[in-house]
Design a protein around this ligand. Structure first.
Ligand code: HSE
Length: 404
């Protein structure tokens, strides 16, 4: 019998217990041994719940229990998760986590400790919910040089943008529904302002490029400034607005960013709706791979965590190698990235057309569908830095969105 403990009985923690209970026969066959949940740690009590008799409030009970060989960390947040996880690894217990804040902040150190102890620190569920992406990056594509990773990495914002587009819901209604469905972080600002996607692309980039990408170095913009009017304009341009996270290796220079983009409806990412995530990985020889699936939610994410538990149980005294060096990878700023921009302006077009043309040359003007004030235009491709300089000279700008 393999005894495990679960740290945190929230959305994902209760999902982990549910998946193990529901699929215990199949899981035992795959491991070749029975998996038993011996302890669940939470500050709260759950009278009448399935975990009532195994609930503990003191982490040391788990740490000091020699029978517990695998610990699942699904508390979220950096502390106390970091302290608990590090102590577990140092005590020789493998750890499986869905916590991207923890992995983005301390991944290389925890990977190193696990390697030194010949145990495992696994984090498949930290990116893309149920989508297998960490394992492919650590094993399936290792023969190639990865050039680019680009995708929709946050289910909550994708759900919000989809509902705003298809249902005509306002931002707040879509967000509360996402929270109700268990997609959003405890603090939804992490989703909406792009911080969650930023941590995820930092993790993927570190694994793809082999050195540590500091999430704090990644330019990050969320969707809180996207309005119903932007959605209307996007439709007019045959586009969807998507929060994209990307990183690239261009001739040995590394770039990464998170921001809302206008994505043409012919692009595969435009069809990724609701809570689904999709990730493109481009390699020098393998070309494009696309990974797609449920990016958030209790049971899909819990299944990814439990798959890690199964892997850890199959490799109890053997480290599954993850290459994630502590050496930092310097990112180059995005100011030289060249692309087209959509700009929305209030007032009459006739009043500022000459100025717009003077600053940007030939632009495409977009008139809103409804009888609303203002107009939009799309610039030719130009560097971000140059775009910002010219935009400063245009009066009454309401907002701008990059084109994919
Ligand atoms: N809040 C996250 C999301 C959960 O919406 O994608 C999964 O990481």
């Amino acid at each position: 019998m393999i005894n495990i403990a679960v740290l945190g009985y929230g959305t994902i923690g209760s999902g982990v217990v549910e998946v193990i209970d529901k699929n215990s026969d199949g899981i035992s066959k795959k491991v070749g041994d029975e998996i038993r949940i011996k302890h669940v740690l939470d500050l709260r009590d759950f009278p009448g719940d399935r975990v009532e008799s195994i609930l503990v409030h003191d982490f040391d009970i788990i740490l000091n229990d020699p029978e517990v060989t695998i610990v699942v960390e699904v508390m979220g947040g950096v502390e106390p998760a970091y302290t608990f996880v590090k102590k577990c690894l140092l005590a020789g217990k493998s750890v499986c986590t869905s916590n991207k804040e923890l992995v983005a902040a301390h991944g290389p150190e925890l990977v190193k400790i696990a390697k030194e102890r010949n145990i495992n620190f696994l984090f498949e569920a930290s990116v893309g919910g149920a989508i297998p992406i960490i394992r492919p990056l650590c094993s399936s594509v290792t023969a190639d040089k990865i050039l680019e990773i680009k995708g929709i990495l946050n289910g909550t914002t994708n759900y919000i943008l989809t509902q705003m587009d298809t249902q005509g819901w306002d931002f707040d209604k879509a967000l509360s529904k996402a929270q109700e469905l268990g997609y959003a972080e405890r603090n939804p600002e992490a989703d909406i302002e792009g911080h969650d996607a930023c941590r995820k692309i930092a993790i993927l980039s570190s694994l793809a490029f082999g050195r540590n990408v500091n999430y704090e170095d990644i330019y990050t913009e969320g969707i809180s400034k996207i309005t119903a009017m932007d959605i209307l304009y996007a439709r007019k341009m045959d586009c969807k607005i998507k929060l994209l996270a990307s990183s690239e290796n261009i001739d040995g220079k590394y770039y990464a960013m998170v921001a809302p983009f206008l994505v043409k409806s012919s692009h595969p990412l435009s069809g990724v709706s609701g809570v689904f995530n999709a990730i493109f990985v481009k390699g020098s020889e393998i070309d494009d791979l696309m990974f797609y699936g449920s990016g958030a939610g209790k049971l899909p994410t819990a299944c990814a965590v439990v798959a890690d538990v199964i892997d850890a149980a199959r490799h109890l005294n053997e480290n599954i190698q993850t290459i994630w060096s502590e050496e930092g990878l310097a990112l180059t700023g995005c100011e030289n990235a060249t692309r087209r921009f959509f700009v929305r302006v209030s007032g009459k077009r006739s009043g500022c057309e000459a100025k717009i043309n003077e600053e940007f040359g030939e632009v495409d003007y977009i008139e809103p569908e409804e009888d609303t004030e203002g107009f939009g235009f799309v610039t030719p491709a130009l560097a971000e830095k140059s775009f910002d300089e010219h935009l400063r000279n245009i009066p009454n700008v309401l907002g701008r969105i990059r084109f994919e």
